[in-house]
Design a protein around this ligand. Structure first.
Ligand code: AMP
Length: 418
């Protein structure tokens, strides 16, 4: 299948060709024709599968008829709701790239940053708006954005959006946008609350399933380390030492480390810095500027280790990763697939190390179930979870009377004393 066969307009084909996309990905082949025809869509496609282009290309094409609307006639006709600021920013960058040869305009609005410049950009007129829920509703309340001409509404990363507590905002947005609109919902997982949302707001949707396993590239090597929880930090340092000496050019060794909590991210960052590593970190408590700055430093190679939580990093397009380290294993198996899908992209090789402590063993079981294969285990490392047979604690050889040093009489006495 080629992009041309998907009946895309030549201006869009030109942009895609210049980006070096040879052929559409699976989610693009399945989604583009359906979106062009105006159907509602539910898709399980995850980040790294090319899902942004899967909705952005047909949206641009459907809006081409409005591209030359005169001054003051432009209206927001496509609205993309994203849970995180970085993802919103990235989606806008993609729209700009794909729409280079069109006269369609897009902009992005999100919280944590000044609202005035966003209002100014909206005033100039845009066709496509990418927004996080809170800031969009704020702008709507201030009457700085009209949402009555929306033709397509995209709810991206719906599961994450609901996890982050945006359910009421999402429902509000669906209500305040005009009734007649196409809705495209993307969600890596389908928990009950997402199913409820799809049944309440979508109209006869087409379901497009992109299996999780298909997004784990064959070029990603996976290795599991069983390790006691308290030894994870040491194992991490041990691994980093071997990684940075393996490659002559250290800057080329781009490493993303996942931790479950913000506290864990901060703690690891401090430890790695103390050990002389160039590190940035990324989680929801950090201001927008700091997050963007961290991301830029990592992307331009100033720093080669990024530590992040899932929520903060989800959907962020970080190319060229050599290594992913799952310092903590995720309890949702799809998240594992998500994480390691950030390496081994575009035919390059990548490696994903996962640390599993005793309490995380059930997560491994679920991940293996989803992948339908066992993860290779690295046994040769200094901090094994189960001691090797010859490391087993030796039997005590002291006096056989040692155990019951106190006589029953003395114990009884003690009892009486209380
Ligand atoms: P996404 O899943 O939208 O985050 O996309 C993941 C990455 O794949 C992005 O860097 C895109 O630029 C890239 N990409 C999207 N579609 C294609 C394609 N058909 N061929 C090659 N790369 C693509």
């Amino acid at each position: 299948m080629t992009f041309k066969e998907l009946q895309l307009h030549k201006t869009i084909l030109r942009a895609v060709a210049e980006l070096g996309y040879d052929s559409p990905t699976s989610v693009q082949t399945k989604t583009i024709p359906v979106v062009l025809k105006g159907f509602d869509v539910i898709s399980s496609a995850q980040t790294g599968t090319g899902k942004t282009a899967a909705f952005a290309l047909p949206i641009l094409q459907n809006l081409l008829k409005y591209q030359d609307s005169g001054k003051g006639k432009k209206a927001v006709r496509a609205l993309i709701i994203s849970p995180t600021r970085e993802l919103a920013e990235q989606i806008n960058q993609d729209f700009i790239k794909y729409g280079t040869y069109t006269n369609l305009r897009s902009t992005v609005v999100y919280g944590g940053t000044a609202i005035e410049p966003q209002i100014d950009r909206l005033k100039k007129g845009v066709d496509i708006l990418i927004a996080t829920p809170g800031r969009l509703l704020d702008l709507f309340k201030r009457e700085k954005v009209k949402l009555n001409a929306i033709e397509t509404l995209v709810l991206d990363e719906a599961d994450l959006m609901l996890d982050m507590g945006f359910i009421n905002d999402v429902n509000k947005i669906v209500k305040i946008t005009n009734l007649q609109k196409q809705i495209l919902l993307f969600s890596a997982t389908m928990p009950q609350k997402v199913i409820d949302l799809t049944t309440s707001v979508l109209h006869q949707p087409i379901t497009i399933k992109i299996s999780a396993t298909s997004s784990v590239s064959k070029t990603v090597e996976q290795l599991l380390y069983y390790v006691p929880k308290r030894k994870k930090m040491e194992l991490c340092l041990h691994l980093l030492r071997s990684l940075t000496t393996k490659k002559a050019d250290k800057s080329k060794n781009n490493i993303l480390i996942f931790r479950r909590t913000k506290f864990g991210v901060d703690k690891l960052e401090q430890t790695l810095k103390r050990n002389g590593y160039q590190v940035v970190s990324f989680h929801g408590d950090k201001s927008q500027n700091i997050r963007q700055d961290a991301l830029n430093k990592f992307k331009n190679g100033e720093v080669n280790i990024l530590i992040a939580t899932d929520v903060a990093s989800r959907g962020i397009d970080i190319d060229d990763l050599d290594v992913v380290i799952n310092f903590d294993l995720p309890n949702i198996p799809e998240t594992y697939v998500h994480r390691i899908g950030r390496t081994g992209r575009a035919g390059k090789t990548g490696i994903a190390y996962s640390f599993c402590s005793r309490d995380e063993k059930s997560y491994v079981k679920n991940i293996q179930g989803l992948l339908n294969k066992a993860l290779p285990v690295e046994t040769e490392h200094p901090y094994p979870l189960e001691p090797k047979p010859d490391d087993k604690p030796k039997k005590r050889t002291g006096s056989k009377h040692k155990k019951g040093r106190k006589s029953t009489a003395s114990k009884k006495k003690k009892k009486r004393w209380y």
